[in-house]
Design a protein around this ligand. Structure first.
Ligand code: 5GP
Length: 237
């Protein structure tokens, strides 16, 4: 297996594979917040996020949403389909929290009447600014049809995840997805789905079971990730 690093991000390393259509993703324990301003380690985060992501991808596939994951060769690694990543962060929100609560002066925890889809331009230098359909088309990031397909899939992912999480007494507050195009130009779900890029609250207590525990110095960060993995798969780690 070739081990040439293609890209190292804040939470993952992407390696080239001998098969040019595939990549190896290695999930790290490094945690950052505030666009890299805060750095730390969450013990075994890489293993837990890889497993949680694999669980959600499997759930989504069974419900008609395709994704980039091909296999999991180890606890920290995922082999994925090589895609042309669209530089968008697609955020879906059911309940006001984080930047939405701040921007609109909403109390955190306010239920939204419908799910909100937001688009952000993925750029560390610019701090991921929020953009709309006009910007996406004007900057030739995606066509009208592709934007429609991305939003359709994002809302379907929301429905599928929300319904399943409800049975595990977890409230899906919001999450961020990324998409890419495969060789045929088909829009495919990429990146990860984990407590790093989702807000999960315990349905009974509203206790935060996600990266906000790290971002906001709430403590028990590892326990929150472990609890999500346990409720989803029954595994302790
Ligand atoms: P907010 O805009 O409130 O900060 O984030 C909304 C949702 O998207 C949260 O679930 C958050 O975890 C996720 N999110 C937004 N931007 C990023 C990002 O740059 N990286 C990661 N991992 N998650 C993000």
């Amino acid at each position: 297996m070739s081990k040439k690093v293609l890209y190292e991000g804040k939470a993952k390393i992407m390696y080239e594979m001998e098969n040019p259509d595939e990549l190896l993703v290695y999930y790290k324990d490094d945690a950052t917040a505030g666009n890299g301003a805060k750095k730390g380690t969450i013990v075994d985060k890489g293993v837990m996020n890889n497993k949680i992501t694999a669980f959600f991808f499997d759930l989504l596939k069974k419900n008609g949403i395709d994704h980039h994951c091909i296999s999991m060769p180890s606890d920290r690694e995922m082999i994925v389909k090589k895609l042309e990543i669209i530089p968008l962060e697609v955020v879906v929100r059911n309940i006001a929290a984080g930047s939405l609560a701040e921007r609109l002066g909403l109390e955190e925890g306010t239920k939204m009447a419908i799910p909100i889809v937001e688009l952000y331009y993925k750029s560390d230098e610019l701090g991921d600014p929020m953009i709309n359909h006009y910007h996406v088309k004007a900057m030739a990031m995606a066509t009208d049809e592709e934007i429609r397909e991305i939003e359709r899939q994002a809302l379907k992912v929301n429905e599928i995840m929300m319904a399943h999480l409800k049975t595990k007494k977890i409230t899906l507050v919001d999450f961020k997805l990324e998409f890419g195009r495969d060789k045929n130009g088909t829009i495919i779900l990429a990146d990860e789905i984990s407590p790093d890029n989702c807000r999960f609250w315990d349905s009974d207590t509203n206790e935060k079971l996600d990266k906000d525990r790290f971002r906001r110095d709430l403590g028990n960060v590892e326990d929150a990730y472990k609890e999500i993995l346990r409720r989803l798969t029954g595994e302790e780690r």
